[in-house]
Structure formats: C-alpha cells, structure tokens
Ligand binder design. Sequence first.
Ligand code: SAH
Ligand code: SF4
Length: 417
Amino acid sequence: MISLAATETATAFVEKRPLERYTAPAQPSLVGMPRAVLAQALAEVGVPEAQRRMRLQQIWHWLYVRGAQDFDAMTTLSKDLRATLAQRFTLARPPIAAEQISVDGTRKWLIQLPGERAEAPHEVECVYIPEVDRGTLCISSQVGCTLNCSFCHTGTQRLVRNLTAAEIAAQVVVARDRLGDWAPTSESTRMPAPSDFPLAGGGERRRLVSNVVMMGMGEPLYNLEAVRDGINVIADGEGLSISKRRITLSTSGVVPNITRAGAEIGSMLAVSLHAVTDELRDQLVPLNRKYPIAELLEACRNYPGLSNARRITFEYVMLKGVNDSLGDAKALVRLLKGIPAKINLIPFNPWSGTQYECSDWDQIEKFSEVVFAAGYASPVRTPRGRDILAACGQLKSASEKLSARERLALRAMAMTD
Ligand code: SAH
Ligand code: SF4
C-alpha cells in the first residue's frame, strides 16, 4: 500500500513517483478478459469442455474478487492447470509509468499500453477521486480521440487506437491493486460471504472504487463493442461487481450509438452538451454538425429506463464569455425540460495553446443559481475553498501536476449520482 503522507506546500499538492519501467508483454495476460475470451483461452490450453464453466468461475473469482497476481495463489485449481496456464498466459497488469497522490486522496496513474513498436508504449490516464460516500474511478476508452472539440486537449491529438475490452476493465484492476481494494485473502479458498464486508447503504459491499466514469481519454461510443464488453467485466456480479447504475459513460453525442448503448450496455449516460444553440455547439463540439442538439436530446429522451432516480447527466464546461451568460443558463434549463436530468457545470481546465478561459467563479455561481432554482442540484456550488477537488477530462495534458483547477473540474465531472 502507498502511504498517503503527501507533503503540502504552496506549490506542490501532489506526491509524484515514477514506477515501473515499461517492457512489452511477451505473453497475453488474462487480466480484464471478458468471460467469452477467457473461456476460449481455457479451451486453447486443453481444459475439457465439461470442466470449462467451473474452471472459468474459479479463475474469475481469483482475478476479480481476490485480485490474484500469481497463478500459484489460485489454490482451488489443480497444480497442473496452474502450471499450464502459467506457460501460456500471465496475470500482468498494464504497467504504471507514474503515480500522483494529492493531499485530498485523489490519485492519478499514467498507464502504459502496448504501442506499434515494443519500446514505445501508449499512455492513458486513470484518476481515482475519493469522496465521503463513494470512490469514483475515471477511465479511458481510446488513446487520443478522433473528434476535435475545440476546448479539449485530447481533441488536438490524432487518434492512436481504441482500447480493447480487457484494457478498459484492467484500469479498474490497476486501481484496486494500488488502493489495496481487494477482498481479504485470509480465507482464500472459500467464496466471500456478504458478512466479509462492512455494508454500505442498500446492502452493497463498501469498496474504495464504488463508481466508474468513462470520462478519461476518447469517445466511448466510437469504441462501442470494446466499451460494452469492458463494462460487462466491470459490472459482473461475481467479479469486480460495480453495478451498471454506478458506471457512467460520457459521450459527445454520437446519436445512433446512444440508442445502441441504451439497448446493449445499459450503464448510466452523461452527455457533453456545453452549448444551448447549434451555432455555438457546432464550434465547441464539431460532431454537432452531424448530430444537432434536437436529435441529440431526442435520443436522450428515448434512453431506456430513465426516471427521477435514474437521470442523464448533462455536462456543461464553463467557458468565459462563450457559453456562460445567464441567458444561456435559462435556455439550458428550458432545453432539458421533461428529460430526467442532472447538470454538471465543469470549470474549464485550461491547457497551453487554448483560446478559451474558465468563467469567473462569480459567474459560475450565478449560472449555477439559475440551474439550482430550476430544481437541479449543481455540484460546483459546494466545492469552493475546500482543499480541493479532483476531476477527469484533460488528464494526460496536465500530467505534471494536478492543478487546483483540474481537480475542481474532475470532481465536478465525477458527481454523476
Ligand atoms: N469523449 C467523451 C468523454 C471524454 S471527455 C465526451 O466528450 O463526453 C469527458 C468530459 O470532459 C467531457 O464532458 C468533455 O467535454 C470534458 N472536457 C474536455 N476537455 C475539458 C477541459 N479542458 N476542461 C473541462 N472539461 C473538459
Ligand atoms: Fe474527444 Fe470528448 Fe475531447 Fe471531444 S471532449 S475531443 S469527444 S475526448
């Protein structure tokens, strides 16, 4: 376990430590594999069909409940099977190039994934944001992004590649490793009983990583199959067990895939709205030219299972003099009328070379009052002055340190329920 003893000075909020040196994987890892892929792997090493279901169940438990790092730990499997698996596969996690720990407990990991050349891995960031009633992990779905929202640093990078389902789910495994967030291993041969864990509200197990938001790098709905399969691993009730109600996928508005996501994934949805007119949204989120606001909101209205207890989160980045007038605030609440919605106002997190500035705090407050008066709780109302906050977006660009602004933005984004 990493100590939380970060030193706070006027400039350094964050303890940084470089970790593993990257070496390209020589053998495939089982970590993050969806059930069907794992079943195939077992078939390949000669596990007879009649045993496959049971073996898969056992391995699943070791991987995703116990967090096993070594085949020898899998004591419910025969020694022979453990040896056979170890010849062909590993339990390696994607290496962490750097870890930052903030005084408020926020952690940011730079995770390495295989690139085209063995010596040049890709990097994505993953951020853990602890709060009193939950711990939210912000994960990535692509290296880079094909869309180019004008206020987003990821949009300036050309897409490098989609993450696989295993790489998506492995981010949760990495976080549980670093946080020591696995089931106790003392009675390692039996399945855990509910009494093994202190209960949180609703009878769920209390885990450090209780929620996942797909708000790191990339557009998840342009990598829909891998995102679907990765989310199914994360949500699997016999494994990582983070229910789909606690998983939020954020999209810039890929309308046809919102409908597919509703039917095929069933997680919570966040939509990056950011503007109330097509004219402005065309500039901020160029995908709007293809799928304008009216079509986007229609897809949102039709998203399955919406109710007051199950709402769509609308993200709205606060850009000074661009989209932050009180007229915009009023138009925003009018626009969302009739949709079970939450509104997350995200302070803009600046990056070098951007043409935008974050709205003044007073303006954000006034904007949020309009939103609040219309019946929406707005998470940016509370944070000011608190030792502060954490947020997603922007991750890789600001990897030097977690700035107060970045943490504020991250925290606002993480408040999806
Ligand atoms: N591609 C998806 C998810 C990743 S971006 C999407 O666009 O929704 C996650 C959120 O971060 C989005 O709402 C995005 O608009 C926001 N974001 C991007 N750059 C930002 C910045 N510089 N400051 C604040 N929020 C930002
Ligand atoms: Fe891509 Fe989302 Fe950034 Fe737009 S905001 S460029 S969709 S990551």
